[in-house]
Design a protein around this ligand. Structure first.
Ligand code: ATR
Length: 287
């Protein structure tokens, strides 16, 4: 592409900015539509966050993605925040239109689209067991509640955090969530009552690929098992779930759809998901 005075910028703000597939994926999507936009990583140290966001709002930016550790801190610098992001309490995508900064959260919606696309079924009425209660869990669990899951079991190594997230969901969306202690028997009872199991912890992520966040004997073949970990594509959890006969959903698909959703917010065009998926898969192979 030719960069000129009409070129619009989209940033990725975080600190430190480790490896990210977003620039490859988004730039390929912009090119597909011959859009005069470029996606660039911008590493911002905490003391400069406010200055950088103010600067961006006065420059030729259409928006930006926000990653660790700023998904919560960014909110105080935004003019508007959409309902999902408000409920989740974190923002990963910002659009800038006529100088107005609006925050969205596409992590949960990314999961939802990935689930629906891969399984051809809905979340509504389903019982879901979510492992972990950090940032990823908050986005996924709150979105499940907003999408009318019948029950959301939240199980975490640190029980207090599971309880806090569960209470927050029940207050904001309606009584549907229960915190589950991180003990084998409690987990078994909740999992046996569930249709879907989602790992939102980083257990199993490269280079610790020989670990699963859950004992294999807790799984059963009627579960759909989803992992938010995308490197490796087939985690130990998904491998064991497959062996048992469960339907599985890859984390790479959630990464794809959260990016596709952000692309659509910035461009108001349908994201070229097939191209974006190919870029992600190629990137993962080279990694
Ligand atoms: P993210 O933004 O990716 O969700 P996070 O907010 O740091 O990251 O949350 C990480 C989650 O993985 C937490 O729920 C964490 O459990 P604790 O709250 O007890 O720390 C969970 N986690 C990390 N390592 C784990 C492990 N080895 N076993 C079980 N859970 C683990």
């Amino acid at each position: 592409m030719k960069i000129n005075t009409e070129t619009k910028l989209i940033g990725l703000i975080g600190y430190p900015l480790g490896h990210s597939f977003s620039p490859l994926m988004q730039n390929a999507a912009f090119e597909r539509y011959l859009l005069n936009k470029i996606y660039i990583p911008i590493e911002v140290s905490p003391e400069n966050l406010e200055t950088v966001v103010k600067g961006i709002s006065k420059m030729n930016f259409d928006g930006f993605n926000v990653t660790i550790p700023y998904k919560i801190d960014i909110i105080k610098y935004l003019d508007e925040i959409d309902e999902y992001a408000k409920c989740i309490g974190a923002v990963n995508t910002v659009s800038i239109k006529n100088g107005v900064l609006k925050g969205y959260n596409t992590d949960g919606i990314g999961f939802l689209k990935s689930y629906k696309q891969n399984t051809g079924t809905k979340i509504e009425g389903k019982k879901v067991f979510v492992l972990g209660s950090g940032g990823a869990s908050r986005a996924v669990s709150m979105t499940l509640a907003l999408d009318k899951a019948d029950k959301i079991y939240i199980c975490n190594r640190t029980y207090e955090k599971a309880l806090a997230l569960s209470n927050d969901i029940n207050e904001k969306v309606g009584e549907c969530s229960v915190a589950v202690p991180f003990f084998h028997e409690d987990m078994k009872t909740a999992i046996d009552d569930s249709d879907i199991l989602i790992n939102t912890t980083n257990v199993g992520m490269f280079p610790n690929i020989d670990f699963s966040p859950i004992d294999k004997d807790l799984l059963n073949e009627k579960l759909t098992v989803c992992d938010v970990v995308y490197n490796p594509k087939k985690t130990k959890l998904l491998q064991e779930a497959e062996e048992i006969g469960c339907e599985t959903v890859f984390g790479l698909s959630m990464l794809l759809y959260q990016g596709a959703e952000a692309f659509e917010i910035w461009t108001e065009k349908k994201a070229p998901v097939d191209l974006m998926l190919k870029i992600l898969e190629d990137g993962l192979k080279e990694n």
